[in-house]
Write a protein that binds this ligand. Structure first.
Ligand SMILES: *[C@@H]1O[C@H](CO)[C@@H](O)[C@H](O)[C@H]1NC(C)=O
Length: 233
C-alpha cells in the first residue's frame, strides 16, 4: 500500500513535533539553573524577525496563526538553507543552538548568507558536564564573592558577557576551514584542526570532532565531543 498524502503529512508532523519537544525539554532543563530565564521570551517578543525555524514550521502549535504560510520563504528555505536554518535542527546540540539565538550579534552573523562560518557546536552532554556553567568565571567569584558575583543588574550583565564569549569561542568566521589553517574565533582565540586517521581534532585542546553534521550555503556545523577551552575576563 502506498502511503496517502495525509499519512505522510501526519508522520512529518509527528517527527517535527518530536524534535520540537526534545528541543524545548533540553532548554527547559538548561533554564533550571539559568540566572535570567525570561531572556528568551523577551528576545522572542522584541525580535520577531529572528523567529526560529520551528516557529515558522509550527505556527499553529507554537502561536496562533496570523498569516497564511509564505510560500516564497518556504521555497527559499528548502532550496538554499543557511546555518541559522539548520543549526536548530541538528541533533544533540540544541543547548548550544539555543544559546546562539540569545545574542543578537551572534544570531545575525549565523543568519547572514553572505558570510561563511564554521560552527563548532558542543554536544549537550559536554555542556551539561562542565564543572561550572558557561557564564561562571572563577575570577568573578574572587572579585565579587560567591553570593554577589551574578546578583543584580551588574551581575546579570557579567553573566551575559561570559555566556556570549563562550558562544563566540565556538564560532570560526571562515568556511571552508582548511586543515592546519589558524583562524581566530569570534572570541579572539586562534584555533586550527588536525587529523588522525579519519578523526578530526581542534587545537589547542585536542577536542574531538564527533561529526561534520551539516554543510550548507554559508558554512558548516561541526559537532564537538567537548567544549573549546575558552578564556574569560
Ligand atoms: C563560502 O562557502 C562556499 C561553499 O558553501 C564556497 O563555495 C565559497 O568559496 C566560500 N566563500 C569564501 C569567501 O570562503
Amino acid at each position: 500500500m502506498t502511503p496517502t498524502r495525509s499519512m505522510r503529512s501526519n508522520r512529518l508532523t509527528t517527527s517535527i513535533l518530536f524534535t520540537f519537544l526534545l528541543a524545548s525539554s533540553a532548554s527547559a532543563l538548561w533554564a533550571l539553573s539559568f540566572p535570567f530565564p525570561s531572556r528568551q521570551q523577551q528576545i522572542a517578543l522584541e525580535h520577531k524577525e529572528h523567529q526560529s525555524i520551528m516557529d515558522k514550521i509550527l505556527p499553529g502549535i507554537v502561536q496562533p496563526q496570523k498569516t497564511a504560510p509564505d510560500e516564497d520563504v518556504n521555497a527559499k528555505d528548502s532550496s538554499s538553507p543557511i546555518i541559522s536554518d539548520v543549526l536548530p535542527k541538528t541533533k544533540g546540540i540544541n543547548i548550544f543552538a539555543r544559546l546562539t539565538r540569545d545574542f543578537e550579534p551572534v544570531a545575525n552573523r549565523l543568519n547572514d548568507a553572505s558570510k561563511n562560518i564554521t560552527v563548532l557546536a558542543p554536544r549537550n552532554s559536554a555542556i551539561q558536564a562542565l564543572p561550572r556553567k558557561p557564564w561562571e568565571n572563577p575570577e568573578d567569584y574572587k572579585k565579587f564573592g560567591e553570593v554577589n558575583a551574578y546578583e543584580g543588574q551588574d551581575g546579570q550583565d557579567r553573566a551575559k558577557r561570559n555566556l556570549q564569549r563562550f558562544v563566540e569561542a565556538h564560532l570560526i568566521p571562515a568556511s571552508p576551514w582548511r586543515v592546519g589553517e589558524e583562524v581566530e574565533t569570534l572570541a579572539g582565540e586562534k584555533l586550527k584542526w588536525t587529523k588522525e586517521g579519519d578523526k578530526i581534532f581542534i587545537q589547542p585542546g585536542n577536542i574531538e570532532v564527533n561529526s561534520v553534521a551539516e554543510k550548507v550555503h554559508n558554512g558548516e556545523v561541526w559537532v564537538l565531543n567537548d567544549v573549546i577551552n575558552y578564556r574569560q575576563g
